[in-house]
Design a protein around this ligand. Structure first.
Ligand SMILES: Cc1cc2nc3c(=O)[nH]c(=O)nc-3n(C[C@H](O)[C@H](O)[C@H](O)COP(=O)(O)OP(=O)(O)OC[C@H]3O[C@@H](n4cnc5c(N)ncnc54)[C@H](O)[C@@H]3O)c2cc1C
Length: 486
């Protein structure tokens, strides 16, 4: 049964049935049609998590990071026979913080290396948040390390801080390069601060971020040449270098080699574009052996459309239907230059796609499930709605009737699988209260606190919905969410 709320509160839901065979509407005549029979149709067969796809949990990742940090502390302890006087304490503190900086940058890069077990286990948005938080710690550690080392050396040598800085820069191997690296990291930290980032185009911020790799390369040699833990300890030098080399190989493998291989193997291309609602289009993407990608409903790819104006940037868009063996679909809301340009894509345009990424995928639980979508956040949830096993309730928040995407498809899926859909459309006044309040959610979904919840939408809506679910009694571990912002 499909229950529909149109510009009214849940008290006035009208029941509606839709045909299971309802297919996407017509597309603009200007773009050549993809073969409609090949479009992804509403799928109602349950899909379970891909077997054998490794996933690292939050606890697992934290355990590894903390174990590594303890090993780093052990390395410092092992290389520090004793600490004497103020100069010794300051230098010792500077050394241990320096080791943590060297370890921290490796973790930061590993989090963004697109490692499949991390991407599937924690999700890209959570990894990006950890990376951002870790980045702030590492930049602070870099500054503290530099200040403590200069101060400690100055105290030990009975020199002033300025002349000791000059000595360090000119007479210690590779310290000058490391200083340049420190300033680079500081600059990247500053442009990543919320106030600065809001003023920058995403692409400017993104490309500036690549200087992190330069900074890491510049700082590496001074660690081995000057670090007390490494100067005389060959084994420590070996393991430290192996750690850096491993992460470098992982980055090259997962960020460069695998996408290049997928490009050659799967030959992604645009099949056609269809308008779904004002300012919202679907792009149908063809390719070979797409099932080998192991993409799951709810995941996303980073798409780089190889046209003259779009090839230089890749953007994340979720699969809006369960992927088939030779076709995938994404659905895009026009929010800026790039998303707007996608409406003009021509069939045959080649695509460089990286993925699949994201942890917003069907769990193994047989409990009931509630899906909460806000605006274009319906895209991954549309794919999940069709394929999750068990009883599902979809709550779709949209600001106006015109903004609802996939209405026919959603109703058809609901009818075919006996699921419930609530459309919460209009302003709060029209709906009769806060559509995402715990009270409203509980009234829409009986037994809500026993269910799993999936949330996707703009960042503000996502955090409000997660807070409301928590207040309605849904445990944190059963709330899965993805925000359309890194
Ligand atoms: C995991 C994920 C899945 C997404 N799925 C969908 C989807 O299915 N449908 C949909 O319409 N939108 C989706 N988005 C949002 C979409 O990626 C952005 O709206 C789009 O990239 C905006 O680019 P633009 O140049 O058109 O707009 P701009 O005005 O340049 O950017 C608008 C905002 O989008 C973000 N953004 C811009 N470029 C990028 C980029 N290259 N990578 C990451 N974020 C960027 C920035 O926060 C920026 O402030 C998703 C985002 C994420 C993070």
């Amino acid at each position: 049964m499909t229950s529909v709320a149109r510009r009214s509160g849940p008290a006035r839901h009208a029941g509606a049935q839709a045909s299971p065979g309802a297919s996407p509407g017509t597309r603009p005549a200007a773009v050549p049609r993809p073969d409609p029979s090949r479009r992804p149709q509403p799928r109602t067969a349950p899909v379970r998590r891909g077997p054998g796809l490794a996933r690292v949990s939050e606890r697992g990742l934290l355990t590894v990071i903390i174990a590594g940090a303890i090993a780093v502390l052990g390395l410092w302890w092992h290389s520090t026979p004793g600490v004497h006087g103020l100069g010794g304490w300051l230098t010792g503190a500077g050394q241990v913080l320096g080791l943590f900086c060297g370890y921290g940058v490796v973790i930061l890069v590993a989090l963004m290396a697109r490692l499949p077990p991390l991407e599937r286990g924690l999700g890209t948005d959570r990894l990006a948040r950890w990376h951002a938080m870790g980045g702030r710690y590492v930049v602070s550690l870099v500054v503290a390390h530099a200040l403590l080392i200069v101060w400690g050396y100055a105290v030990t040598a009975h020199a002033n801080v300025l002349s000791e800085s000059a000595t360090l820069l000119t007479q210690y191997p590779d310290v000058l390069m490391a200083t340049v690296a420190g300033f680079l990291l500081l600059g990247i930290g500053i442009v990543s601060m919320r106030a600065a980032r809001r003023r920058l185009r995403y692409e400017t911020w993104y490309f500036l971020h690549f200087y992190t790799y330069l900074a890491i390369a510049l700082a590496f040699s001074h660690q081995l040449a000057d670090g007390a833990a490494f100067v005389t300890d060959l084994a420590a030098r070996f393991w430290w270098s192996a750690m850096y080399l491993t992460v470098l190989v992982l980055v090259l493998w997962y960020r460069v080699a695998m996408p290049l291989r997928a490009f050659r193997r799967h030959r992604f291309e645009v099949l056609g574009v269809k308008e779904e609602a004002p300012g919202v289009i679907s792009v149908y993407i063809g390719g070979r052996r797409l099932d080998e990608l192991d993409a799951e409903p709810g995941q996303f790819f980073r798409w780089r459309f190889l046209t003259r104006s779009l090839w230089w940037s890749s953007h994340p868009f979720s699969l809006s239907a369960a992927p088939g063996a030779d076709m995938m679909r994404i659905t895009v809301k026009n929010l800026g230059d790039h998303s707007q340009a996608l409406a003009r894509l021509q069939p045959g345009t080649r695509i460089f796609a990286e993925g699949p990424y994201g942890a917003l995928t069907a769990g193994d639980s047989d409990r009931g499930v509630v899906l909460l979508a806000g605006g274009v956040g319906i895209t991954p949830l549309r794919a999940i709605f069709a394929t999750l096993p068990g009883h599902v309730t979809l709550i779709y928040r949209a600001s106006s009737e015109r903004d609802i995407v996939f209405r026919d498809e959603l109703d058809a899926i609901a009818a075919a699988r006996g699921a419930t859909v609530h459309y919460l459309v209009g302003s709060r006044a029209e709906i009769g209260g806060d559509p995402l309040s715990p009270r409203m959610l509980r009234s829409l979904v009986p037994g809500l606190d026993e269910q799993d919840a999936y949330v996707c939408g703009p960042p503000g809506m996502t955090s409000a919905a997660v807070a409301a679910l928590r207040a309605a009694g849904v445990p944190r571990r059963r709330i899965h969410f993805e925000s359309f912002e890194f």
